[in-house]
Design a protein around this ligand. Structure first.
Ligand code: GLY
Length: 588
């Protein structure tokens, strides 16, 4: 461990005020007394209404995962117990991103105001990895080698990370946390339409691999149809081995052997030794402050928290509430701030176990003031003036996020992934789970963009045992020491800006959490030099942005942010993202 304070969750500490006000009355009072404080819970007459509950809330991207995690809370488990249960259940019900073959980050904030901590279970490069492994003899990056081959997989961290979270802060056993997932894998679950659509979309990429084809498609090659029962017997056994033997049931023994043999058969790098050496880390989250709210988010090897805080620091100098949600003026300022942050990301961010990252500087108010001075309120600054680079097309992505708050006010914000939808597309034969293609998040060569168009440099080059840079941004916002917002999203490079906007929608624009989650989003990542906008931003606004010199591209939905807000009286408000048809928030 990293020597952080080892706090405990108290089941006796209550976060509730006695005789709580009704949510509507509370909100009416808030809106009268705090004009710009934001963080409104719910207002009558709004178009979107969150799910409300009094004792516990779970928001995930799959109803079945939400349900089994909620059962844990209702049976007296805490937020960590529920989060770990959801994590394993998603590995069964949402194999395109829920996983045991990938990695991620969990942010945990106790309800008693104690220090939040982060668990880093990002994948690690195998010992045999090297700086030029994705380049040919002439130093050119080989297309797709870092995406769709066995070399694309980093050593998975999910099982070790979830187990560590449970060991440090949970009250149930790993076996108990795995039980619903094992049942769902063994007995099967009813396929939703999105499951079928995903497999149809990825058919070409997935059916190249016999084990993937056998696991996710029927014998005749057709995809499982909505309403049919889908079982995963190999995955059930893999999960059972973890239940029986703990993390050794994955990183050693039969499962480790199956992974290592899969690698040997296809010139992959992960060995038994790599698996045995995988170590999750306890990290100190990035901490910033925005208009009186404390922002806690993920530290390196994710870039997420650093740049959320950096962008918020820049925007704090502008009257965002006054300029209004998604007005041309607000979007312009956001885009200019985003460009600066993503340019810094390319230069400075990497795994702090390997490189020095100037975190303090990047997240300081003084640096933000300096950057703000370069922003012209009347003109878009061309990306090439900030830094030269090669734009690249966006690729599909499918990370997944879930948020949990329990009856003691403890909060968990977890984002994990196998990178692309279905990761590398490679299923470990006999083990029933997909391997990540997270090695693509390293810089294959300085200046050459990854699948998300993100440029990286020396700080993020491939090195043995190193963790690749991420954008995952599990975030918890506090006010006066109290957890008030738990949020985070998938979306590759757009994770940072998606999470940022939900924070701003709540704090600057006073939206209830469902409105904040549902509102159209915008994104700029420096390169390519364009503002990406979801449907729902008016043509007038787009024209005004173009007049300021921006290139505006309307494209498909960004992110799937599963969020929970906690009202001042302790009422819980869940906002599941309508951008995923299987998203759900439930409470009790
Ligand atoms: N694989 C996407 C990310 O970690 O940012």
């Amino acid at each position: 461990m990293d020597g952080l304070p080892h706090w405990h969750f108290s089941k006796t500490a209550s976060r509730r005020c006695s005789g709580g006000l009704s949510a509507t009355l509370l909100t009416a009072i808030l809106s009268l007394t705090s004009l710009h404080a934001g963080a409104q819970a719910i207002l009558e007459g709004e178009r979107f209404h969150p799910v409300t509950a009094q004792h516990g809330m779970v928001a995930t991207s799959h109803t079945l995962a939400t349900k089994v995690a909620l059962d844990v809370l209702e049976n007296g488990g805490n937020a960590i117990d529920a989060a770990v249960t959801a994590g394993f259940a998603l590995a069964v019900t949402q194999p395109r991103s829920g996983n045991i073959g990938g990695g991620g980050f969990m942010l945990i904030a106790p309800g008693d105001g104690g220090e939040p901590e982060a668990i880093d279970y990002r994948e690690m490069a195998p010992a045999g990895a090297s700086e030029a492994m994705f380049q040919d003899e002439d130093g050119n990056v080989v297309k797709n080698r870092s995406r769709f081959t066995h070399l694309a997989a980093g050593v998975p961290g999910t099982v070790a990370g979830l187990a560590l979270a449970l060991e440090r802060h949970g009250t149930i056993s790993l076996r108990q946390a795995l039980a619903p997932a094992i049942r769902l894998a063994k007995d099967g679950f009813t396929v939703p339409q999105r499951f079928t659509a995903g497999l149809e979309q990825a058919r070409e990429r997935l059916t190249r691999w016999p084990a993937t084809r056998a696991t996710f498609y029927k014998e005749d090659g057709s995809a499982w149809q909505p309403g049919e029962l889908f079982r995963q017997p190999d995955l059930a056994q893999t999960l059972q081995r973890i239940a029986d033997n703990g993390v050794k049931g994955f990183y050693e023994g039969e499962t480790a052997r199956l992974i290592a043999e899969e690698m040997e058969r296809h010139d992959g790098l992960i060995t038994l030794e790599d698996l045995k050496n995988y170590t999750p880390r306890v990290r100190k989250p990035v901490h910033g402050n925005y208009r009186g709210y404390d922002i806690y988010s993920m530290s390196p090897p994710s870039s997420g928290g650093t740049h959320i805080v950096q962008i918020l620091n820049i925007l704090e100098g502008y009257p965002i509430q006054e300029s209004g949600h998604n007005s041309a003026k607000t979007i312009h300022l956001m885009a200019e701030a985003m460009k600066l942050a993503y340019a810094d990301r390319a230069e400075y961010l990497g795994d702090t176990d390997y490189v020095d990252v100037p975190l303090e500087g990047l997240t300081s108010k003084a640096y933000a003031k300096q950057l703000r001075a370069d922003i012209d309120p009347a003109n878009a600054r061309p990306a090439s003036d900030i830094r030269a680079g090669q734009p690249a097309p966006y690729e599909s992505n499918e990370t997944t996020h879930f948020s949990v708050v329990d009856q003691w006010g403890n909060a968990v914000s977890n984002t994990y992934t196998i990178n692309f939808s279905y990761g590398s597309g490679i299923t470990v034969e006999g083990a029933g789970f997909l391997l990540n293609n997270e090695m693509d998040d390293f810089s294959a060569k300085p200046g050459v963009p990854n699948a998300y168009g993100l440029i990286g440099g020396e700080a993020n080059k491939v090195e043995p045992g190193k963790r690749m840079l991420s954008s995952m941004s599990p975030t918890i916002v506090r006010k006066d020491g109290r957890n008030v917002l738990v949020t985070g999203s998938p979306g590759g490079s757009r994770i940072i800006t998606t999470t940022l906007q939900v924070i701003m929608n709540v704090i600057d624009h006073g939206m209830n959490i469902q409105t904040a989650v549902s509102a159209p989003r915008v994104h700029h990542q420096w390169l390519p030099d364009e503002i990406r906008i979801e449907q729902g931003v008016s043509p007038d606004t787009i024209r005004l942005l173009e007049d300021l010199g921006h290139t505006v591209v309307t494209n498909s939905a960004m992110g799937a942010i599963q969020s929970i807000m906690v009202g001042e009286d302790g009422t819980l408000y869940g906002g599941a993202d309508p951008r995923r048809s299987t998203s759900s928030a439930m409470g009790f």
